[in-house]
Design a protein. Structure first.
Length: 324
């Protein structure tokens, strides 16, 4: 095997140059088979994994640094959904020939930027080659106080349904990147490329249930309702939309309700805890909006301003087709 100037086999030289600067405590400088670290005393570990495939989760011409940041932020959003604190992550990269080291240097620069912002470091991972599209997989590790992880299966009848931020920016941002809707200041494209994980809200013990919105508001609320054994009602007029989305017109509301890539939080909150939840959100500068309520029954109903049920052609995104 040919050795580059740094004296390492090609793959290990690539790892040393591109990814070793991202390594933190426990990673053993990316020189061993696995990471070794101790979680904070008295805390439970929380782990999640997400993959991104070129052409499916990001566009081939998306800047390399935003691809790295989106990959990390999508996983951090899973930690936020459980009210967990980030600790570290593992990264797997399947590289096609068309992506050179310069591209991955940009990718790693994006990761480094968000490592600094979110207080997390690389623990290890794997690199491999592929003849298909670029495939990236990240496993994130966090921690939470014992018994305080926010779950999606504990919503109760009477809880209010709340979301952070605005809904539909991710779905409309993808359309903007494809040139299908105007985006004069690039706001929507930016929301698609760079989610905003809502870490640190401290809602464990305040919200009954929570999850992040990745595959569409209506579909993800359906997951929460099913796991909790309840029904849910969304008042479409109360769903918060950004000024950029509102400027596109009301015809895009169904797309916002059923589109993915928002990575905002969906929360079920008892009325008695509403004021405390609002206080926590305000302290962290996060917008929260009540969009409906948990009801007896099953399924999710979306009501328009007149109280009539809306029929949505698409309620969310799935990578597995029905019957598969």
């Amino acid at each position: 095997m040919a050795l580059p100037d740094d004296g390492l086999p090609a793959e290990f030289g690539f790892i040393a140059r591109v990814f070793r600067p991202l390594a933190g405590d426990g990673a053993l400088d990316l020189r061993d088979d696995a990471a070794v670290f101790a979680p904070p005393a008295g805390r439970q570990l929380v782990m999640a994994a997400d993959a991104m495939v070129e052409g499916m989760h990001f566009l081939p011409d998306d800047p390399a640094d935003t691809v790295g940041r989106k990959l990390l932020r999508c996983n951090l959003s899973d930690l936020a959904a459980m009210d967990a604190t980030p600790l570290g992550y593992l990264l797997t990269v399947s590289m096609p020939p068309v992506r050179d080291e310069a591209w991955f240097a940009g990718f790693a620069a994006g990761l480094a930027q968000d490592q600094q912002e979110y207080g997390i470091t690389l623990l290890g991972g794997d690199t491999t080659s592929t003849t298909g599209p670029l495939v990236l997989s990240l496993t994130v590790v966090g921690h939470v106080a014992p018994g305080m992880a926010l779950r999606r299966g504990n919503a109760r009848v009477g809880d209010g349904l709340w979301v952070t931020g605005t809904i539909g920016d991710g779905a409309m941002g993808l359309l903007a990147r494809r040139g299908e809707v105007p985006d004069p200041d690039g706001y929507l494209a930016g929301r698609y490329q760079l989610p905003r994980p809502r870490l640190g809200l401290g809602l464990g013990g305040i919200a009954s249930a929570g999850m992040d919105i990745s595959d569409g508001l209506v579909q993800d609320l359906g997951h929460m309702a099913r796991e909790s054994g309840v029904g849910a009602v969304i008042h479409a007029g109360q769903v918060p939309l950004s000024p950029a989305v509102r400027a596109l017109g009301p015809q895009w509301l169904p797309t916002c309700l059923g589109g993915g890539d928002d990575y905002e939080l969906l929360l079920a909150v008892p009325d008695a805890h509403e004021a405390l939840m609002l206080e926590h959100a305000q302290q962290r500068g996060v917008q929260v909006s009540r969009i409906g309520q948990v009801v007896a029954g099953t399924g999710v109903r979306v009501l328009d301003g007149g109280g009539a049920e809306m029929v949505l052609a698409r309620r969310g995104w799935s990578h597995v087709k029905d019957g598969a």
